[in-house]
Design a protein around this ligand. Sequence first.
Ligand code: ADP
Length: 224
Amino acid sequence: MPSAAFIELERVSKIYHRADGPVRALDDVSLKIAQGEFVVVRGPSGSGKSTLLMLVGGLGRPTHGRVIVGGKEVSSATAAELAEYRATTIGFVFQMFHLMPYLTVLENVLAAMPCSQAATARQRAAHLLEQCGLAERLKHYPAELSAGERQRVAIARAMINNPQLILADEPTGNLDQPSGEEVLKLLAEFNRAGGTVLLVTHQQWAADFADRTVRLEAGRIVDA
Ligand code: ADP
């Protein structure tokens, strides 16, 4: 019977093999997230939050279990299918922004587009950056921006290909609360328009933006 969940983890474990022995980053985790949910993932450092995001984003494969997103099994997809999945379904936002320093704000967003040469691409990227409050910053380089502005560029980049899901790993970890709230408001707008958000944070004010909290401890869900 098909599942109504948009994201489904079925008994997922991820074991990393390190020189000092195996590490069970996720331990038999099952979780369902519906389309249009805004879910925050919390837990102590090392509890498996980033690993969970990475597996949902197709940036790695589980050691055991299945990850299904939008009815497709991400955990058994080929490398080409994963590349397509990441480009069309997912937007990623990271704590350290990961903008390209030698590209302008507009070029950073264009660089994420498969058809960045299309006549409409610049217009679309500029429009999205305006919606993110960056109309005056299109020709600036990341080094000329505040941390909050850089993260809003990263949000525009994450949204440029109309993803269904945004995965954000501590996106406000390097921001003060007012700048962080500007970033989270953009994620909340994406969510109101029907997008699904999975947000890792340790900040309570950031977690307050979500509908639901999933709590991890030592690779296991202790509260969902
Ligand atoms: P969190 O995001 O909650 O801090 P992580 O998912 O980053 O947790 O890490 C969970 C555990 O897996 C930690 O013990 C971490 O050291 C380990 N780990 C994460 N990534 C790797 C990796 N690429 N290689 C080896 N161990 C890793």
